[in-house]
Design a protein around this ligand. Sequence first.
Ligand code: ZN
Length: 241
Amino acid sequence: MAYAVISDIHANLHALNAVLRDIEKRNVDEIFFTGDIVGYGPRPDVCIDIIKKNCKILIAGNHDWAVIGYTDIEYFNEHAAQAVVWTQNVISNEHIKDLENFSLIKSSKENNAFFVHSTPKEPEKWSYIYSLDVAEVNFRFFKQQLCFVGHSHRPVILEKNAAGEIKINEGHATINSDSRYIINSGSVGQPRDGNSRSAYSIVRDDFIEIVRVEYDIKKTQQEMAQVGLPDRLIERLSYGM
Ligand code: ZN
């Protein structure tokens, strides 16, 4: 049994296609999505169609909720807010309805896994798991062995062992039967860990891996420029920040 988790695609079609091609080569059974299909990027409609077709679970992120008016863009920075308004103006009504149907949280019994965009503790508040103390609290808010999150665009695998200690695994980890995990799969469409390649996670038997994939960044940047998305959002893709 193997599955992939993708997150924070942000309407970056070329990144999404590159990641799905990579996943296809690895022979996985299922793909799960942990939020933010839109926002920042230039191709919202087609990206929604693709994940509807390919992903078993569709989770809502803060940008998805902002586009449909469930989350106030007052809390977004200037450029993120501009991209939300741009998305609202171009997205089809059918896709608005799709975003309304995305879930805040979901679980998969067969994979013993929980899925949320921000935190298991307060999914609708869009806070971040930015420290081990915050992670410690959040481990109490799901009962499954694995919890997949997105939101920060920085991949990491947090492991809490039977003694209650939390350790940070970068890149990969063996799943120990008496440990529990919070896994941030990173971002497909706008990585922010100083690595411009798309990120996603894959679980095969008892092994979790963060995979990085090259994509045609220039193509996405050209599309963003053509539709007038902010320069800052275009430039940051080159640096993965
Ligand atoms: Zn995001």
